[in-house]
Design a protein around this ligand. Sequence first.
Ligand code: ATP
Ligand code: MG
Length: 413
Amino acid sequence: DWLDAPETQAVLDALTADGSEVRFVGGCVRDAVLKRPIKDIDIATHDPPQVVMALLDDAGIHCIPTGIDHGTVTAVIGKAHYEITTLREDVETFGRHARVAFTDDWTADAARRDFTMNAMFADRQGRVYDPFDGLSDLGAGRVVFVGNPQRRLEEDVLRLLRFFRFHAHYGRPPMNESALAACRRMAHRLVELSGERVAGEFVRLMQAPDPAAVMLVMHGLGILAHVLPEAAAFGRLRVLCWLETRAMVRPGLGIDWLRRLGAVLDTDVAGARTVGERLKMSAVQTARLVSIAAPKVRLDPGMDGPAIRRALRMVGADTFRDLLLVAWAEARAIDGRANSTESARWITLLDECDAWQPVELPVRGADCLELGVPKGPRIGQVLALVDQWWEERDYRPGRDACLARLRELVGQG
Ligand code: ATP
Ligand code: MG
């Protein structure tokens, strides 16, 4: 259907108007072969970027020169984006910087790509061109470097993270020994990458159905130590992923990379902030990471209703849900086996969380002033006492009862 979408057809018509040959390439071909949903469509063409822009222009299609030096132009039709890249080949490699030139050779272009499963082309009839036998690697769950792993990592060490990312999504054990050995040797170079590039790969790794196994391998080879030394709780991560995606299908659950990242960290508030900074996360994301990795409240399945509601009131339903899933995963990771009584308790907590409506103390500062409490810190202190009393009664007393309690306290004070 991605092939037949009218937007796709319009882009292909525009690009072939001068008789040029164009092909789909990379992730969209790989995912189409597997019948997985396609995220973005990459198209390769013989034409240089200036010609691509002129052709799109002639067809009235909006385009952005996103990476004109690398030969990339993005065509935009409504919500659909198409990355159109001129065929390239590596002419020389100076250390890690490959000099690239435009080419008309499909195989040369494929040879620059990272893995055989990412180096396949498809034409608009759906015929697949597969110069490095990516189809059989994909079918067998093998992530195979195009060419020599060590050399390809020397050119661009981001491919190391991509190797594990694609493994988590498309691979099956065992992982290739010589590729792993090259990754281990090149891991020290990961520090050269920008936080954004590392984060981009990490987020996608975390979005795999079960990234824990792959992360554990990265950990064992000393690779994680270079980018995420705080990661340690792999057993907990594995159970969390299982809960999120298979065990507990309900609103608010499902794959959540930030929750997963928080769960795998073994650190404190400062450590979680450091991770946020290193991975160039926003302030909001970092705050959420901190709330998960360094919880303000410990949840356990033995909590009674008032304790649950107190915790909900303290951290809010979203954080409570994060902490609940992580605590549940932790208990299960230690315990090993499913315990149905305990599971039922965790589900009760989840139900309470879903049903939770924030509550606000029905008396406020103005009430204190009226009762003669002078402006200043005393007001906060008195209100905190009423609040505590109200909380102990599970928020049942209404405004009149709370006012009465306030009067009592002020009388005493
Ligand atoms: P996704 O579905 O996650 O977008 P993708 O395969 O499309 O996966 P992208 O990062 O969008 O991945 O890259 C598009 C294509 O560009 C890849 O399939 C690969 O052929 C090539 N590519 C991307 N990054 C690199 C790299 N660092 N080295 C070599 N080739 C790369
Ligand atoms: Mg892509």
